[in-house]
Write a protein that binds this ligand. Sequence first.
Ligand code: URP
Ligand code: ZN
Ligand code: ZN
Length: 471
Amino acid sequence: MKFDVVFQNGTLVTATETIDADLGISGEKITAIGQNLPKEGAKIINARGKYLLPGGIDAHTHMEFPFMATTSADDFESGTTAAACGGITTIIDFALQKSGETLEQTAKAWRKKADGKVVIDYGLHMIIRDLNDRVLAEMKEMIGQGITSFKLFMTYRKEGLLLDDGAIFRVMEEAAQHHGLIGLHCENNDLIECLMSRYLKEGRKEPKYFARSKPPVVEGEAVHRAIRLAEYSGCPMYVVHMSTEMGAETICEAQHSHLPVYAETCPHYLVFTDDVYNRPDGANFVMSPPIKKREDQEALWKGLAKGEIKTVGSDHCCFTSEQKKLGKEDFTKIPNGVAGTELIIPVLYHFGVSKNRITLNQMVQASSYNPARLFGLYPKKGTLAVGSDADIVVFDPEKEIRLTRENLHSKIDHSIYEAHTVKGYPVMTFSRGKLVQENGKFTGEKGHGKYQVRNPFKESEGKQLLAPALV
Ligand code: URP
Ligand code: ZN
Ligand code: ZN
């Protein structure tokens, strides 16, 4: 057998295994894993001392996202370039339905923005913000086209995104019939509005009052309510960007009752605590839900270690310092969101694996295998196996990088991680066999990424998610 590329001397890490073996790729696929693979005519990559990981799947990005009187700064080219440089080989971006639009129109509009620009593969979730009978009927068609997951907002009423509980229930019922997965942004809108208007009346307009308007109960109550609605409708659900211990406990209870309830957290909740909102650049840390306390952060790490939190997605929705100034006089107007797609794997390794909070295999579960299973991409993606796409990361556990703006690839002018140096970093990224990043330099090309038609959610996929592995 002949290969285009052979990786030698590396350690292959999947969701369950860590083995020393050669890996061969031909064209866009992994075609062999074994000892002493033939090397004639192949490009040889000596991966001694390095890990080979399946490419990361960031199931939560917002590229070119029109939001809060502006649009997120990374377009599909710059955003996927940043992702590739951090070892991500697939993103799943959120297509946002405009008011009055059909889901078909939204999907087309999002494909038009992304195709030809993406440097790595991508899929789409659909945000439903304007529900009617026609939209409900279209959900089945969307699932058939590979958009198998839908995001609903329990907050952002003023931004025109909130769906009330009745509408959420109707969408869930429809998803349950056609094997869709419902993602929920869980925050109690009424409580947020009550606290925000109280602070504004008192003249408290700085970023720290944004965080204080969204205490843990805001998320905890909404996660609980969402689970009850999902249980009643018989629908599988996924809590996006979970930030609290209360949320994690509620998820864990639901899982113990054998409900198909899954959760994601994000790199920023695993690194920072809410004292960042006292900093002069506090606005740069404004995202929803906001960053919470040390105990919440520890609960999220524990949730990952126990397999209760299944995935880490970035919620990459970044804004420049200039855009953040839209809320200079009023914290409710700061565009919500931060960069992070480039840092999922480095954060999980440096703050997780190196600190014995999670194992290397659990890092792969959260960053690749579990999102592939939940979002209908497995086994094409999410593992290192013969027949899978050659989406491969060469990870150097010794490489140190300071996470300054200059060392990162997003378009924005700042990095919230500036003060942090991490040890362990992706030094090569292959997307379907093509080298797209080497030593921090982007080597890919615009338009290389392909749209991924994802498979419908099956409960059996949820069951394949790894059972709790204790560290
Ligand atoms: O602050 C955030 N998370 N911005 C993006 C929109 C969302 O809610 O995911
Ligand atoms: Zn959200
Ligand atoms: Zn988001």
